[in-house]
Write a new protein. Structure first.
Length: 238
């Protein structure tokens, strides 16, 4: 049973409805308060667009350089963070890399592509691998590290849990001054995609680097953030 009572408060009509559980729920129908709520929602939406775009928060190149500058290049975290930035691998994919996956001659690393959907009949798809090119500097750092740390071929290069790696990457990014909303391992993957596309890299190349099964997954990075559009329009004379 619900009852309602109308109160006059400073010229504003408010309706109080009593729910079946006896809790009073006040609904104010003034245009002023509706406008406030809409304004707050738009402001929140605007902040999300500025910080993320449609693909999530991403690391900017200057932020990546700031984080890497705090790390010894041949150290565990130095090589791991550089690999995230250059490969675009998901953190679980990066943690699965083994010594035998590195081809120093070809300059590539074999990465198992995760997050693949099951077959139409529900059966799991067989493991899929992709070759990820990395830069000469990282190849050199990995070679130096492996001279001191000699894992067996079936040993992972970075033998951490996903949770431990995520916490440490968050800490390193925060300490380097990266905004909190971008202090996440996946921000490196998004950051590489955006950086490559802005640098004119072919979309199919980005797709292969990230391991997307469909080009549509890569095309979302073509949608620029409001900051990107503002920077572009700033060069236009009106």
């Amino acid at each position: 049973m619900r009852s309602s009572t109308t109160h006059g408060t400073l010229g504003t009509t408010a309706r109080v409805a009593t729910s079946n559980h006896g809790a009073a729920i006040q609904k104010n129908h003034t245009s002023e308060k509706i406008g406030d709520r809409r304004g707050a929602a738009l402001a929140k939406q605007s902040r999300a667009i500025v910080g993320a775009g449609d693909y999530g928060p991403y690391v900017r190149p200057e932020e990546a350089r700031a984080v890497l500058a705090t790390l010894e290049p041949t150290s565990d975290w130095g090589t791991f963070t550089r690999f995230l930035w250059q490969s675009g691998a998901r953190i679980s994919e990066a943690l699965g890399v083994r010594d035998a996956d590195i081809d120093f001659g070809a300059g590539t690393v074999r990465v198992q592509t995760l997050k693949r959907r099951a077959n139409a009949d529900g059966t799991p798809k067989p493991p899929t691998f992709r070759l990820v090119p990395i830069q000469v500097d990282l190849l050199g750092f990995l070679a130096q590290r492996l001279r001191h740390f000699k894992p067996a071929d079936d040993d992972r290069l970075w033998p951490w849990t996903r949770e431990h790696a995520s916490r440490e990457i968050h800490r390193l990014m925060r300490n380097a001054g990266v905004p909190e909303e971008r202090c996440h391992p996946h921000a490196w993957r998004h950051g590489l995609a955006v950086h490559c596309i802005k640098s004119g890299v072919n979309l199919v190349v980005v797709q292969e680097q990230l391991g997307h099964a469909e080009i549509a997954s890569t095309m979302k990075y073509l949608k620029l953030t409001i900051l990107d559009r503002k920077q572009g329009l700033a060069r236009v004379e009106f």
